[in-house]
Ligand binder design. Sequence first.
Ligand code: ZN
Length: 110
Amino acid sequence: MYTETGRILTSVYVDALNAAACLCHETGAICEAHRLNERICASVCVSKEETVEPFVILTPCGICQERLAYWGLDVEVGVPDKADPTQYHSLKLREVQPYYWRQIYSENEE
Ligand SMILES: [Zn+2]
């Protein structure tokens, strides 16, 4: 994650025996941004699993998109290139979710 002041925050996926206790890759960096009172302006999730070589770019899940939307729908997130998921393009959250539920309440805020 990249913050407005130029910090780079990283975090990892947290695995747990109970799937409901797992945390997405982005969660730690989002918590850190709140702790530091930093605005996140961009994010990319790089995932490496044993069965997938060498790595892939993951679009933030819906929950992480909600967490990132805290800083507005102009936050840019990495989405995988359809032909090569090891490469990414940056899209604003508003482009990833053109019908984001909250826009109807905050047309003038976003
Ligand atoms: Zn997530």
